[in-house]
Design a protein around this ligand. Structure first.
Ligand code: VG1
Ligand code: CO
Length: 543
């Protein structure tokens, strides 16, 4: 009998964070660690016998081994089919699409997103539900509860599968279907955007550079930009997914996407630059010597969506996470469409999309997406921008400046303080919170506090409540300081301070963001006693 029941003991630390369980590879390689979590998922989701799951990951170290284990556990747990990306590869948005397209019960995505990979890096696992989106908190809480009492798991451990060959095989009573990870996703993109128009743009003098950062988007970007859209060979760089991402940190921002930034700010830069993260759900957009903040990007996409075939009939509504700048709020107002402010993390957008309340969503953390899937989508955002550039016949910089002129500019920046001892990070947060009763009405230079709170959210669709989602201080002129502890880091705590001010006057929209936000930055440090509590004053990463 190849199905075995293995005895195990619980681990206490399997609480999923902002998007799934993320830990060091050394943690995941502990005995039964992955198996415990996978069995906890299966015990919590209540999949009827004969269900299908989609399975794939971003190709990082331990991806293949984990897929083999999960296939064996699926077969032993009574699933009838596993749809697996060839080579174990599936970007997060492609997995979301496959779950929806195949009517699967759900999917398991192996990724730690933008966190570094390799034997000393991070690994992660996330369960997505049948709508293609990250499991809601109710389910992740149940998985965590289960993980604390688990005593055995089931696995089929005697089978052969060839992950690198497209086709079907049998594991016990289950079919394993290895599929091309790219084609369905590329077809979906082709159905949303004007590929002919973009092709004309790319066949002219317009040059693009897409940096896949040796992560999952390489094969997708090659197929879409070079094969289907005719971009010059070599437009996609670092296109081969590597288990350690080439030693890099696959996080598309100005700090970690250094190579792309050098290209775009160097001599004779391409007209358009973009990058994505480890699992393909984030995006960074650059013009020649010009950076688009993700919050502005969301606002620009919303304001111009009617120029793109997939959104020609207008948007149902838009949503942004609380720390994301208010740029999109004004677009929603101008378009007279519903607007929602949710906690951080994509899972909160899913209910709104399923209920037909929003079409476009975004986060300040380089995440943008729409109701075409239930995850944020890096390549989708890049194609959206290319479609806009082609339709408007303007450069990236011109499009953004035109937007600021019409709607005003939100100066915006996020300061991350990584690897702080948890206690110190909490002390700094508590310092801010303790001031709340006395803050409203008090002035700091030109900034007068209008309102402050610890952000909480009641889901308008299912009524579920999420609390402690970040401390926000809102000033009378609409400027904001937000403090939040990250839910995705794997070492100590990461304290994020988000800063934002609004500038309607076109004459004053040309400043450097750090300069424009200078006073707010000082206030943010003072209110949190940051240096005293954490010993830090200089952020590890500024975006
Ligand atoms: C971060 C971002 C958040 C994003 C999350 C997952 O979370 O701030 O906006 O949704 O990563 O992104 P946190 O809790 O560390 O701030 V990804 O690309 O990992 O799926
Ligand atoms: Co990601």
């Amino acid at each position: 009998m190849a199905v075995r029941i293995i005895e195990t003991a619980p681990y206490a630390d399997q609480r999923p964070g902002t998007s799934g369980l993320r830990k060091k590879v050394s943690v995941f390689s502990q005995k039964h660690y992955l198996e415990n979590f996978v069995q906890s998922i299966f015990d919590s989701i209540d999949a009827p016998p004969g269900s299908t799951l989609v399975l794939g990951g971003d190709g990082r170290y331990y991806n293949r081994e984990a897929i083999r284990i999960i296939v064996g556990m699926m077969a032993a747990n009574g699933f009838s089919k596993a749809i697996v990306g060839c080579g174990g590869i599936l970007s997060t948005p492609a997995a979301s699409h496959l779950i929806r397209k195949n009517g699967a019960f759900g999917g398991i995505i192996l990724s730690a997103s933008h966190n570094p990979g390799g034997p000393d890096g991070d690994f992660g696992i996330k369960y997505n539900s049948e709508n293609g989106g990250p499991a809601p908190e109710k389910l992740t809480d149940a998985i965590f509860e289960r993980s604390k009492s688990i005593s055995s798991y089931m696995i089929h451990d005697d089978f052969e599968i060839d992950l690198d060959r497209i086709g079907q095989s049998q594991v016990g009573g289950m079919i394993v279907e290895v599929i091309d990870p790219v084609s369905d996703y590329a077809d979906l993109m082709e159905s949303l955007f004007d590929f002919d128009l973009i092709r004309t743009l790319l066949n002219g003098n317009f040059r693009i550079s897409f940096d896949a950062m040796h992560a999952v988007t390489g094969p997708y970007a090659k197929e879409i930009f070079e094969n289907r859209l005719g971009a010059a060979a070599g437009s996609v760089v670092n296109a081969v997914p590597l288990i350690d991402f080439g030693g890099g940190h696959p996080d598309p921002n100005l700090t970690y996407a250094k190579e792309l930034v050098e290209t775009m700010y160097g001599e004779n830069p391409p007209d358009f630059g973009a990058a994505s993260d480890g699992d393909g759900d984030r995006n960074m957009i650059l013009g020649s010597r010009f950076f688009v903040t993700p919050s502005d990007s969301l606002a620009v996409l919303a304001a111009n969506a009617h120029l793109v075939p997939g959104y020609r009939s207008g948007l149902l509504g838009v949503a942004r996470s609380m720390p994301t700048s208010g740029a999109v709020d004004r677009v929603a107002k101008a378009l007279n469409i519903p607007f929602f402010e949710t906690p951080t993390g994509w899972k909160f957008f899913g209910n709104l999309m399923d209920a037909g309340r929003v079409s476009l969503c975004g986060e300040e953390s380089f995440g943008t997406g729409s109701n075409h899937v239930r995850e944020k989508d890096g390549l989708w955002a890049v194609l959206f921008w290319l479609n806009l550039v082609a339709a408007k016949r303007l450069s990236v910089e011109e499009i953004v400046k035109e937007h600021w002129k019409a709607y005003g500019r939100n100066y915006y920046s996020r300061h991350d303080f990584e690897e702080i001892p948890l206690e110190a990070a909490r002390a700094s947060m508590e310092t801010v919170k303790a001031r709340f009763p006395s803050l409203p009405g008090s002035a700091f230079g030109k900034y007068k506090v209008a309102f402050c709170d610890d952000f909480a959210y009641t889901d308008p669709i299912d009524g579920s409540r999420s609390e402690y989602q970040g401390l926000r201080i809102i000033f009378e002129d609409g400027s904001r300081i937000v403090y939040r502890l990250s839910g995705t880091g794997t070492i100590g705590a990461t304290l994020r301070i988000y800063l934002e001010s609004f500038e309607p006057d076109q004459e004053k929209q040309g400043m450097d963001a750090q300069e424009a936000l200078g006073e707010l930055i000082s206030i943010s440090r003072a209110l949190s006693l940051l240096e005293e509590k954490t010993g830090r004053n200089t952020p590890t990463v500024i975006t």
